[in-house]
Design a binder for this molecule. Structure first.
Ligand SMILES: [Zn+2]
Length: 420
């Protein structure tokens, strides 16, 4: 979906350009059509300044950024568009974009006609580096979402660990997301990144997205990786089957899953803000040792908290420093606990499945910011889940085995030939 270009629009414009170039026409289009206005255009400029589907040479262009306190309504009011027109515009845009979702720091563009009229012809808001919203203020308001064409480029990287993975990767100018994906996602269960050794090394094949030819727009996927830790090599291949639940299923070269029977995080797309650490020192407590027997995952209030494995809810309460919390017993050995919730969504006795939403992130109890403190119990003691030999996730089903081996053969060869 993201890569889809509005082909009708494109064809229409191409046709117009051809007309302009071919006949050197002086062309004025009505406001309601795709291109608001076209004046006499020189074909070489025309090709240079085409952005968001408009030829910027034809407009007075005002670039700005959403600032703290800005709302869509205010931006319009500042540009001579008033109620009830604003209300009408909000109604029209409702189906494609929630105008309350304007994010501080995101860029927007206003297009005015060159005849110095005070009201804009179009408003373009960049939701992210790829997607943007267009609102055209004509007799009829038109709002639509579009995506810039994305170019995906495959890259390779390798590195030898001197100290930490992030230091090695940063020194090479590799994107932060790549570091995060490697350590907190792909290899989170198989390699302890806090105990890397000098000489450990990695190789990775990944795909990066670019818009407008050279603007970096994030990592598309990590196709395959190789990590040598204490002499042991662990491959990781991103392989999707028809039964795949998500796009981050990684397997080693024998088809064994790198995931564990537990989710590595009770929150999707979150970062670990504080690890299990028995020797943690906290400034607030006079730098004394206050053991942290949980793993903190930072996320905004209201983010769904997921059960990391199947089990039965044995506690659901609000108590002291824990705030609102839920505890789930998975089997005779393991239980997990989730703290500081804003809301609890399960009660004692409920059976929950892996990935079920059991509550929402909050900051109840002792906490300085919204996060979930995730506690992992083994035989009644709190342990670091990332240091346990946990049961493996389901292995790749036999019916996919030969397809898998065929799929990874060229990738493995490519990894092996990346020169250290
Ligand atoms: Zn914690």
């Amino acid at each position: 979906m993201k890569l889809k270009i509005n082909s009708t629009l494109f064809k229409t414009k191409f046709f117009l350009y051809a007309l302009v170039i071919g006949l050197t026409l002086y062309l004025v289009k009505s406001c309601s059509s795709d291109n608001l206005e076209m004046t006499s255009i020189n074909s070489s400029i025309l090709l240079e300044n085409n952005k968001f589907g408009y030829n910027f040479n034809n407009y007075k262009v005002v670039y700005d950024t959403v600032r703290k306190g800005d709302s869509f309504g205010e931006i319009l009011e500042n540009n001579q568009l008033f109620y009830p027109k604003i209300h009408h515009i909000a109604e029209q845009t409702k189906t494609v974009f929630d105008i309350r979702q304007f994010r501080i720091g995101n860029p927007y563009v206003l297009l005015f006609s060159k005849d110095n009229s005070a009201t804009p012809l179009a408003f373009i808001y960049e939701e992210n580096k790829i997607e943007y919203l267009v609102v055209e203020f004509c007799d009829t308001i038109k709002a639509y979402k579009e995506s810039k064409p994305v170019k995906v480029v495959e890259r390779e990287a390798f590195g030898v660990i001197e100290n930490t993975l992030s230091e090695t990767m940063e020194a090479q100018g590799l994107p932060a997301q790549l570091i995060y994906d490697m350590s907190d996602d792909i290899y989170a269960w198989t390699i302890d990144f806090f105990r890397l050794q000098k000489g450990d090394n990695f190789k990775v094949i990944y795909k990066q997205r670019f818009v407008e030819d050279s603007i970096y727009a994030g990592i598309e996927t990590i196709e395959a990786a190789y990590f040598q830790h204490k002499g042991e090599i662990i491959y990781a291949f991103n392989y999707l089957t028809k039964d795949s639940k998500n796009s981050t299923d990684y397997y080693d070269d024998s088809g064994k899953s790198l995931q564990k029977a537990f989710l590595k995080s009770p929150i999707k797309y979150s970062r670990i803000s504080s690890r299990y650490n028995l020797k943690r020192r906290i400034k607030l407590y006079g730098n004394r040792v206050r053991a942290h027997k949980g793993t903190d995952f930072a996320a905004v209030v209201g983010t769904p908290i997921l059960a990391t494995a199947n089990g039965t809810v044995v506690e659901s309460a609000r108590r002291g420093g824990n705030g609102n919390y839920v505890k789930i017993r998975h089997n005779a050995t393991y239980s997990t606990q989730y703290l500081h919730m804003s809301r609890r969504l399960v009660k004692v006795g409920d059976f929950v499945k892996q990935g079920d939403v059991i509550g929402k992130v909050g900051m109840t109890g002792n906490t300085s910011g919204p996060h979930v403190c995730y506690r992992f119990w083994k035989n009644g003691r709190q342990v670091d889940p990332f240091r346990q030999k946990l049961p493996d996730a389901k292995a790749l089903s036999n019916k996919y085995k030969s397809d898998f081996l065929n799929y990874i053969a060229p990738l493995k060869q490519q990894l092996d030939s990346i020169n250290q």
